[in-house]
Design a protein around this ligand. Structure first.
Ligand code: ZN
Length: 644
């Protein structure tokens, strides 16, 4: 075939210095099903796509990061890289999506249509056929290499593949697997190649848990600077510049940051077309491109006067639809991570709502009338034991009773003897009789052997616990067999318990799950500072943000730890107590028809017909055996212990 004719059919070898976007302009055809602008690929249609594609193959750049809004064409730029590699510089390509399903979807909806629409690629990649191991939905061979797509959720998938070109898309929806960060695993596959190409792309998710945002932070943070058509000053378009007259999204305008001219959609398009990428941080191997939806050059949907009209209408709709919609809009249009509303509970407001109950003697607190059961928690410190006692009524309504310190070296017996005395306290109940502490959780993280020694002879009333926030969503799990010190260890889902505690702290009205504190009895401002010391931070799990608690530097959290252990003690105890509780409360309700006195101090004089609380009978260890909760890591779903 003569060269000219061959060139007409696009069969000549491309020149070796061809750039990715040049290859795409020359050879790619876009079907209607993959893009808003079908036909030949033209980088001029979306000029912000040009430089990132140069960055892919730039020998100075190790990693190219794209934190873009949806529908700006970032998948097209990566498709171009794949097509270019197959055609011009054939070698292994690894494409990573969050899951196997999303990898398949990419193959069916983006990659295969590109091959079909691009004559240059058609001859090199065959259609996938059954029983052809070299050519499946997720793996396709071509002369000189192979393109493989995997889901980040199957770490074994990483081991098979060596590839100098690694493309990770939707990285914010990826989980840390058992083998660690999927991005690190993917990049390892390219370790042995000097001229590797590494691309990361995603819309962001939640502040503090966004992979793309943390990679963007390592980059030179390039933004698309556009010149104002009125004053010529360059600026990065952001949403705070958009002015929307009340109820008239069609009249939305963008206010220039410099001359304050009100720019319409046509002017917006003009300035975006004239834009350029400018770095806003020093370059150290990672090049980052950040782009929000205000820069789109794709046409407006039907029913809108122009794109700015559509943006204004969609923003209003997201705002009206609530927090979830606002997060989607923030992530996919603004290309910004979302920060959920603050969860902070103020220590002061809790101190102020302390009630008068417990009587006059700080050393012998009286119980409030509605308390039906008592639990306690113990934390071991270097020079003391900290103890916290609380009571529960129906529906998890909770009254703090006392907070005490037993000062002394916890390696000495007398300290533990004092603890024994405290745990044996018989608390006077206003309905007559006494209540004793039914369950005690002791943290075994410190002076472990002493704790187990104390616990062993007092099980199951006293149990050893260990915080295990990463263990999944259960409030607690118990080891099926005793350890070598003879103790069954309870692992607490501390993040789950803290979520529960903070949701209860925010309840304002006494009733189910409400937390009461007495004035005094150890509950001072320091205690409430500790109780509210921790903050929530989002992390991604299963593609969704999950909140974990952390202690800001310089803060103390013993008060919160004790509360976590005592809530766990109640969760453990109420499993055995619930039948008693219902009966007890029903009897009391029938008897005490008088209205509740809120947080007022209970009358010391008992009513005429005195109700005698039966001393609590401990369930014997044998009774517990038929229903052991197995130690099942990461189990999800319902919980048999009456978890609410
Ligand atoms: Zn201007």
């Amino acid at each position: 075939m003569r060269p000219i004719l061959a060139a007409c059919f696009g069969l000549l070898n491309p020149p070796p210095d061809l750039k990715v976007w040049e290859w795409a302009e020359k050879y790619r055809r876009l079907g209607k099903d993959v893009t808003a602008i079908p036909g030949r690929y033209s980088v001029d249609a979306t000029p912000y796509q040009r430089e990132p594609q140069d960055s892919f193959t730039d020998p100075e750049v190790q990693v190219t990061v794209m934190q873009w809004a949806s529908r700006l064409g970032k998948t097209e730029t990566m498709n171009n890289l794949e097509g270019f590699t197959i055609d011009v510089n054939p070698r292994g390509i690894l494409v990573v999506y969050p899951t196997l399903d999303s990898a398949k979807k990419w193959s069916k909806e983006f990659f295969v249509p590109m091959v079909k629409a691009t004559p240059r690629l058609q001859g090199k990649i065959k259609e996938s056929r059954a029983r052809d191991a070299n050519n499946t939905i997720l793996s396709k061979q071509f002369p000189g290499g192979k393109i493989s797509a995997i889901g980040a959720n199957s770490p074994s998938g990483f081991r098979q593949i060596q590839a100098p070109v690694v493309i990770c898309d939707e990285i914010d929806a990826m989980d840390n697997g058992a083998e660690g960060d999927p991005i690190a695993l993917a990049f390892k596959r390219a370790d042995n190649y000097r001229d590797s190409v590494q691309v990361l792309s995603s819309t962001p998710t939640v502040k503090g848990a966004s992979r793309i945002e943390s990679w963007m932070d390592k980059s030179d943070k390039r933004h698309w600077f556009c010149p104002c058509p009125e004053c010529g000053e360059f600026q990065v378009l952001n949403w705070s510049q958009v002015e929307i007259p009340e109820g008239k999204p069609e009249e939305a305008r963008i206010k220039c940051q410099h001359c304050e001219a009100r720019l319409d959609d046509e002017q917006r398009v003009t300035m975006v077309r004239a834009g350029e990428w400018r770095a806003t941080a020093p370059f150290a191997g990672v090049r980052g491109y950040w782009l929000n939806g205000l820069n789109t050059l794709f046409p407006a949907k039907k029913g809108f006067r122009n794109k700015l009209h559509q943006m204004a209408a969609e923003a209003a709709e997201a705002k009206a639809s609530g927090e979830a919609a606002m997060q989607v809009w923030t992530n996919t249009f603004l290309a910004e991570s979302y920060e959920p509303p603050a969860e902070k509970v103020e220590a002061n407001s809790l101190l102020e709502r302390c009630e008068v109950y417990g009587g006059d003697d700080e050393n012998a607190p009286l119980l409030p009338r509605y308390v039906l059961a008592l639990v306690a928690s113990v934390d071991v410190q270097g020079d003391r034991l900290e103890c916290y006692v609380e009571g529960y009524g129906l529906k998890d309504e909770c009254w703090a009773i006392e907070y005490r310190r037993i000062i002394g070296d916890p390696t000495r017996d007398e300290v533990w003897a004092q603890l024994d005395t405290l745990l044996e306290t018989a608390y006077a109940h206003p309905c007559g009789g006494v209540l004793k502490i039914g369950r005690v959780c002791i943290d075994s993280g410190f002076k472990t052997d002493r704790v187990f020694d104390f616990v062993r002879r007092r099980q199951p009333r006293v149990v050893a616990i260990k915080g295990a926030s990463a263990r999944g969503a259960l409030p607690f799990q118990v080891s099926p067999k005793p350890n070598k010190q003879g103790c069954r260890l309870y692992l607490l889902g501390t993040d789950t318990l803290k979520d529960l505690i903070f949701s209860r702290l925010r309840l304002a009205e006494p009733g189910p799950r409400y937390l009461h504190w007495p004035k005094g009895f150890g509950f001072d401002d320091k205690y409430f500072d500790q109780l509210t010391s921790e903050q929530r931070r989002a992390e991604m799990r299963d593609g969704f943000p999950r909140y974990v608690w952390f202690l800001p530097p310089g803060k103390r959290n013993e008060g919160l730890d004790l509360k976590v252990y005592s809530v766990a003690a109640w969760e453990i105890y109420k499993y055995h107590m619930r039948p008693n509780m219902e009966k007890l409360a029903a009897e009391m309700e029938a008897r005490a028809a008088e209205p509740r006195e809120g947080g007022e101090q209970e009358k010391k004089s008992a009513p005429a017909k005195e109700y005698q609380l039966k001393p609590h009978v401990e369930p014997k260890p044998e009774q517990e055996k038929p229903k052991p909760r197995a130690f099942v890591p990461r189990r999800k779903g319902g919980f048999v212990g009456g978890w609410k």
